[in-house]
Design a protein around this ligand. Structure first.
Ligand code: GCB
Length: 620
């Protein structure tokens, strides 16, 4: 076997270790600044429930598995598999909603495609980049194993400079979405375990030395600081020039590791706000290559129990969103999907979205930047997991590292969340605290949180207070709870007058609340699943949250009904969690206009910046 991919893997690890040791976390090779060929399209596939393409009948690793893409040369040769153009799946896309046979499928799927390559002296290096595959992906190029990626929602790449060859090149990927107790997430989630190459794939060609990544941020003292990392044989002692549109230009020389930092005075440059989400061109150039991005300048701080955006107190009027397309079944992956989902959130009156429960595709963050939506971004540390396992902790960190490396320039992201409803026993607390410290080491400029539970304090059975004292609150910047008073227990009216006691003087948000409603269903306000019950629930819940003295934001659960294997009530759920404000086909429920009205009428005694942009004639 050619040793190149192993060297590359070593190089990438060494690169990350180096970049992290010197604090900046450089992302993997980007697709926008280079000559990039999209490998999206129809890939030939073979479902492999028994993993026979990888292991033999005694479960020993094969030496010539499906990745060899063999075809029988003549009638004497026995080859018991075939990648065929008649059996394909679209990339990007989940397999569950492309083919009814794969709706509940969990296991391995082999994918194959091919592309042509011609050498070009100007672009001597090349990479294969996957924007995401769920969950575990193993990749081969022309029969050579490039490596494996074991988390389902973040990008990964392999340098293939030494492996790519003139003419046809064959890519084979084994994607395995089997649930396992030590993966992140583990065995049970309240969302569909979509399998497949769920986001785009790119073949990227670069110069020998290039700007791998550059970062920019506004500090509370009005200074713009940032860095660039140069990658390649001559990464050290390179001159890098930085330019920020309307602000200025500066330069510097890289150290031996290819890193250079810069500083500019932000002066009166426009700030990014929900009202006016101004984006500025940002470039970092070396001879022969230029890194380009569009970035917003803003600060985000938690002080004395409040959240401050650009030094002004802000209330987060939000909505939770799963990464499911609005106008069709299945995973969202495109810019058009992002515009539809976030456009609807804007129409609802939001200035904030919680992207639950895993890193969404990059379009969501870029469109949020453009629309002025503040974002809570999260990793799938969820419910029961192997919190004592080192491997599980390492996988959770991989998710965080790759998410932050991808999105560190997105002004929209104000909160990094390390998980959801994990409970607070000592092993869980140790796990989340370690993740919290890790986030702070990678990106101290944003707020840290996790969706927690509150302790319910009752008198004579009646709920009187909720106390937020989950030990993770010690390290969190924002205290967040999910609560469903009136849905999973009690009646909606029982939330009225309930106080929230915080063990720390920190901002507090309600990261989830919601009720199941089947769109179009009649019935009284007492009848669950009815439209009327939903309206009753939200009047109580949202009315309460918006008037709570110490509440700094709320994100109802959830924008759209979403698929979940836990929702088996035929005739009502049909495998959908029905807490969406719109149905699975995008039909609005009455709760949509109810939440919209309540946001519109909400006038907190604090700065609330939201460019609502509700089109004329819509139901308010
Ligand atoms: C929650 C979870 C979310 C579920 C939701 C529900 O607390 O965080 O993932 O989908 O409740 O509908 O039960």
């Amino acid at each position: 076997m050619n040793t190149a991919p192993r060297l590359v893997a070593f190089f990438l690890c060494a690169f990350f270790a180096r970049a992290m040791a010197s604090s900046p976390l450089a992302g993997i090779v980007r697709t926008t600044d280079f000559d990039t060929v999209s490998l999206d399209g129809d890939w030939a596939v073979i479902p492999d429930r028994f993993d026979q393409g990888r292991y033999d009948f005694l479960s020993r690793p094969r030496h010539d598995g499906f990745w060899m893409d063999r075809r029988a040369k003549d009638e004497t040769e026995r080859v018991e598999y075939l990648f065929s153009d008649e059996h394909t799946l679209r990339v990007p896309g989940d397999w569950n909603t492309q083919d009814e046979r794969f709706f509940f499928y969990e296991g391995s799927m082999w994918y194959r495609t091919a592309f042509n390559y011609e050498a070009d002296e100007q672009l001597p290096r090349s990479f294969l980049r996957f924007d995401a595959a769920n969950k575990v992906a193993e990749v081969w190029l022309n029969g050579e194993r490039l490596g494996m990626h074991e988390v389902g929602f973040t990008p990964f790449a392999f340098e293939v400079t030494e492996s790519v060859r003139p003419g046809e090149n064959v890519v084979v990927v084994r994607v395995d979405n089997t649930r396992r107790p030590d993966l992140v997430p583990a065995m049970v989630t309240d969302w569909w375990n979509y399998g497949g190459i769920t986001r785009s794939v790119h073949f990227v060609r670069t110069p020998g030395t290039f700007v791998r990544d550059a970062h920019i941020e506004l500090t509370p003292n009005r200074t713009v600081t940032g860095w660039a990392v140069v990658d390649g044989a001559n990464a050290g002692k390179r001159s890098v020039s930085f330019e920020l549109e309307g602000v200025g230009a500066t330069g510097g020389v890289t150290d031996d590791d290819g890193l250079v930092r810069f500083e500019l005075n932000a002066g009166a440059a426009p700030r990014w706000t929900p009202e006016d989400p101004r984006l500025l061109g940002f470039t970092a150039s070396i001879e022969g290559h230029r890194f380009e991005d569009r970035v917003g300048l803003r600060t985000i701080e938690a002080r004395d129990g409040d959240i401050y955006l650009n030094g002004e107190r802000v209330f987060l009027e939000g909505i939770c969103i799963h990464e499911e397309a609005l106008s069709r079944r299945g995973r969202a992956y495109s810019e058009a999907d992002a515009r539809e989902l976030l456009g609807l959130a804007k129409e609802l009156g939001c200035n904030y979205v919680r992207l639950a429960h895993y890193p969404h595709n990059e379009h969501m963050l870029r469109v949020a930047d453009e629309l002025g939506l503040m974002v809570w971004a999260e990793i799938p540390v969820y419910w029961k997991m192997a919190y004592e396992s080192e491997r599980t902790l390492a996988l959770a960190k991989t998710h965080l590292r790759e998410m932050i490396a991808r999105d560190h320039n997105r002004a929209s992201v104000i909160i990094w969340s390390v998980g959801n409803e994990t409970g607070d026993d000592p092993a869980v607390t140790a796990f989340r605290t370690e993740l919290g410290r890790y986030v702070k080491s990678l990106d101290p400029s944003r707020l840290l949180s996790a969706a927690m539970f509150a302790r319910q304090i009752r008198e004579d059975g009646e709920l009187v207070r909720m106390r937020v004292d989950d030990p993770f609150g010690e390290i969190a910047d924002v205290l967040a709870i999910n609560e469903y008073v009136g849905w999973y227990h009690d009646q909606p009216e029982d939330i009225s007058g309930v106080e929230v006691e915080l063990a720390w003087n920190k901002p507090f948000v309600i990261s989830e609340t919601g009720a199941g409603v089947k769109q179009g269903r009649g019935g009284s306000p007492e009848a669950i699943w009815s439209e009327a019950f939903g309206v009753r629930y939200y009047r109580e819940q949202l009315g309460w949250a918006l008037s709570l003295e110490n509440c700094d934001g709320v994100s109802p659960w959830i924008l759209k009904d979403f698929l979940s294997p836990r929702r088996a009530l035929y005739g009502v759920q049909d495998w959908y969690n029905r807490k969406g404000l719109v149905s699975e086909t995008g039909e609005r429920k009455d709760v949509f206009s109810e939440v919209q009205r309540m946001y519109l009428e909400h006038e907190p005694d604090r700065v609330l910046k939201s460019n609502r942009s509700i089109p004329e004639g819509r139901d308010r």
